[in-house]
Design a protein around this ligand. Structure first.
Ligand SMILES: Nc1ncnc2c1ncn2[C@@H]1O[C@H](COP(=O)(O)OP(=O)(O)OP(=O)(O)O)[C@@H](O)[C@H]1O
Ligand SMILES: [Mg+2]
Length: 342
């Protein structure tokens, strides 16, 4: 057990009593209140949770580690932004969360402030050289309970190198299964393609989260992703399903955004989170400071909407109905909350 292991926090167990799932350490206390982060950034982020008025309310912990694949082969729809901000939100809600950066661009590693120059041990070593995941995972500065397996530029060659390797589709799955640290969530940030890297993610996870940008052509190409999910479920991973759709870059001022949202909701129904993410300057600025929006500007509509989406995701995961009072926090019905026109 690592010394930084600490999953004490406002998340509460849906079922009291010791956890039977082996992936959770029995030496981890769930009774202790969350340690207040002693860095200014950590404290500010903690305030964001409190801004929602529910810091002490507690969120249910999943009974076992939820492995969530954030995928959409369309580029620039908000996969990375969603991965890092949801992960940080879940950690701020008290969860213990690992982000696996599976994109050679390494954007998730950058956004989390994780060093990922070419010599850093990375997810490439895990996939291609069977290095244990524990040897590449780094704690994320400023967010208690958040960890990252970084991607380096080496990963660009992995799509090709994997082709000739044994069990080329299930190398990430094996690495995750062998990872012994207790985790509530693993979020995997996929590249904008459906190659072997994304297939590795789909084999490793049970849930697919598809971010959909509220723009024209939002649904284009989704059929291909859904067919791939079906193929992987049929041949390699019977548990795989699309559990969550998240509407991103929602601009409450445009009719197009609400039309796209309506179309997505008609098409997917229950899988679509009630919370959508507003288009927000703060969200797009945060990565250049190596931060998530949760630490960069905790009170912004972007930060609050990701916190709310995380809450909805956590509640859905344990079958607890979600009170959507705050689902519109991200400006859906309140265009004044869109930064820039306040
Ligand atoms: N809610 C938002 N408001 C404003 N800008 C956003 C928002 N979400 C994402 N962006 C910006 O849009 C761009 C694309 O987002 P992101 O990198 O998360 O997409 P992606 O799907 O991971 O892209 P890729 O396919 O290249 O991996 C980034 O510059 C990001 O900062
Ligand atoms: Mg990305």
């Amino acid at each position: 057990m690592r010394s930084d292991a600490n999953i004490a926090g406002p998340m509460t167990d849906p079922v009291p009593g010791p956890r039977t799932e082996s992936s959770f350490g029995e030496d981890v206390s769930r009774e202790t209140p969350p340690p207040m982060d002693d860095t200014p950034i950590g404290r500010a982020a903690q305030l964001a949770v409190e801004a929602l008025g529910r810091a002490g309310e507690g969120l249910p912990r999943p009974e076992r580690t939820r492995v969530i694949v954030v995928a959409n082969q369309k580029g620039g729809v908000g996969k990375t932004t969603t991965t890092v901000n949801l992960a940080a939100s879940l950690a701020l809600h008290g969860g213990r969360v690992l982000v696996v950066d599976l994109d050679p661009q390494g954007n998730a590693s950058t956004a989390l402030g994780i060093d990922h120059h070419a010599e850093v041990p990375s997810i490439y070593d895990v996939l291609v050289d069977s290095r244990p995941l524990a040897e590449v995972v780094q704690p994320v500065p400023d967010v208690e309970g958040l960890f990252c397996a970084p991607a380096t530029i080496d990963l660009a060659g992995a799509e090709i190198e994997l082709v000739s390797l044994v069990a080329r589709e299930s190398r990430l799955q094996r690495a995750i299964q062998a990872y012994e640290q207790p985790l509530d969530y693993i979020l995997i940030d996929c590249p904008p393609s459906l190659g072997l890297l994304t297939v590795n993610a789909l084999v490793a996870g049970a849930e697919v989260l598809i971010p959909i940008q509220c723009e024209y052509y939002a649904l284009e190409g989704l059929g291909q992703l859904l067919r791939n999910v079906d193929l992987v479920r049929g041949h390699l991973n019977p548990d795989l399903h699309v559990s969550t759709i998240l509407l991103t870059m929602y601009d409450g001022r445009t009719r197009l955004a609400s039309q796209v949202a309506e179309e997505v909701r008609t098409h997917f129904g229950e899988e679509v989170l009630r919370t959508s993410i507003p288009r927000s300057v703060r969200i797009s600025e945060a990565p250049s400071y190596g931060q998530t929006v949760l630490t960069y500007d905790p009170g912004s509509s972007g930060a609050l909407s990701y916190l709310e989406a995380a809450r909805e995701l956590a509640l859905k995961g344990v079958g607890v109905s979600y009170d959507a009072t705050h689902a519109h926090i991200g400006a859906q019905n309140n265009p004044n909350m869109v930064e820039g026109i306040q």
